[in-house]
Design a protein around this ligand. Structure first.
Ligand code: SF4
Length: 149
């Protein structure tokens, strides 16, 4: 929902703190998740993420979440799916080149990042999207990555 997405950027510091709590809980539950099996948890976790992050961040379920680097603004709402900054077509008023009524998500991302502890994250080069991960749980992917899977 666009209004909530803008609010998440406005309250990026709070969202960052909440993200930190969720991350700590997920890391704490990781041994249990491993016992249950990541494959079994994939669908329910993806469903939970789709509803919660979809509502708050307009999450598109790319499966490789970078919200904590992008001012708690989901870059996948960019019509061009830019993950490493704006395209260069940003309008003078900050509007998106392709969707003028929407402020460029990277303008929002920059604003949000200035409110966060992780101010440097926005300058971090993001790897190309792995298209096999669309629709999958970003948290399960994160736990798998931590274990080097
Ligand atoms: S970066 Fe990906 S996982 Fe994170 S909110 Fe955006 S679409 Fe969802």
């Amino acid at each position: 929902m666009y209004v909530l997405r803008l609010a998440a950027t406005r309250f990026a510091a709070f969202c960052e703190a909440a993200y930190g709590v969720v991350e700590a809980v997920m890391h704490g539950l990781e041994p249990l998740a491993r016992r249950v099996g990541y494959d079994r948890l994939e669908r329910p976790m993806a469903a939970v993420e789709s509803v919660t992050k979809g509502l708050i961040f307009d999450c598109r379920m790319c499966g490789q979440c970078i919200l904590s680097d992008t001012g708690m603004t989901c870059p996948m709402n960019c019509p061009k799916k830019m993950r490493n900054g704006p395209c260069g077509g940003v309008r003078q008023d900050g509007g998106c080149e392709l969707a003028p009524t929407m402020r460029c998500v990277w303008m929002e991302a920059w604003t949000g990042s200035r409110r966060m502890r992780n101010k440097a994250g926005i300058a971090k080069p993001q790897p190309p999207l792995d298209n096999r991960r669309w629709g999958r749980s970003a948290w399960i992917g994160h736990l798998r990555e931590r274990r080097g899977e």
